[in-house]
Design a protein around this ligand. Sequence first.
Ligand SMILES: *[C@@H]1O[C@H](CO)[C@@H](O)[C@H](O)[C@H]1NC(C)=O
Ligand SMILES: *[C@@H]1O[C@H](CO)[C@@H](O)[C@H](O)[C@H]1NC(C)=O
Ligand SMILES: *[C@@H]1O[C@H](CO)[C@@H](O)[C@H](O)[C@H]1NC(C)=O
Length: 258
Amino acid sequence: MAFSSKTLSFSLGLWFSLLVLWSPSTCSASAITFLPLESGKVSLALYYESLCPYSANFVVNYLVKLFEDDLISIVDLKLVPWGNAKLRGNDTFDCQHGPSECLLNTVEACAIETWPALNDHFPFIYCVESLVYEHKYPQWESCYEKLGLNSTLIAECYNSGHGKELELKYAAETNALQPPHQYVPWVVVDGQPLYEDYENFLSYVCNAYNGTAMLKGCNEYLNTIQMAGEKPNDPVACKEGKMPALFGRIRSTLTSWM
Ligand SMILES: *[C@@H]1O[C@H](CO)[C@@H](O)[C@H](O)[C@H]1NC(C)=O
Ligand SMILES: *[C@@H]1O[C@H](CO)[C@@H](O)[C@H](O)[C@H]1NC(C)=O
Ligand SMILES: *[C@@H]1O[C@H](CO)[C@@H](O)[C@H](O)[C@H]1NC(C)=O
């Protein structure tokens, strides 16, 4: 799918400028019509870790489809960058793909908090995960410039230890999952994990959607959920204890942050 981060940032940027133009100070009644009713939204949660290649693939090639045909308007998306990291003591943790992954999980957690609107933090996370997908993640800081984002608050969040607190909160959320997550990406729609069928998440979202507005974007996804057959034994995912080898190599380039 040809959907570059440039296109994404442009279209999200455009959307955002429209929102700003219609901000409450200029037109309070109309502004409400821009936002779908909270109650009708389908909850979609992604539990992932920044350096898992399957997480990156999911964000870059699948999750991004939410921004086509306005599917995002029916979804309440929650991103949880913790994955298979492990708590060690009260306030330290180890990440599956090493310290670089802890760094980028924390940076992404800081981005979510610093820019709470999805239209602000998603392009950044998409950009970082695109670099992970292309094996170029040491260049992650280029995402600030590419998207015109100010890195100061993220650096403060990370360096002050606040980012770590955010990660510990995500750890608690991930560890409280019922049923527990088995691997990442772990995609949950309205509380139900999709297991191996996670790439098909839009079918679950569209089928779960109760809204009266028929979404054009949902047409191709409705009623396309496969009958649960034999589950594949080896989902395309990062399981604990299995680590793709190529990541250790470029870890050292990030040490200035750690
Ligand atoms: C859809 O409708 C059912 C039954 O009215 C309700 O239980 C469920 O919470 C609704 N789901 C959403 C996402 O609004
Ligand atoms: C961990 O937290 C518990 C309860 O807050 C505390 O009693 C304990 O001393 C802490 N351990 C460390 C290593 O900080
Ligand atoms: C970035 O944000 C910081 C803190 O809000 C601010 O002091 C600084 O001037 C900003 N930098 C730019 C280039 O906008």
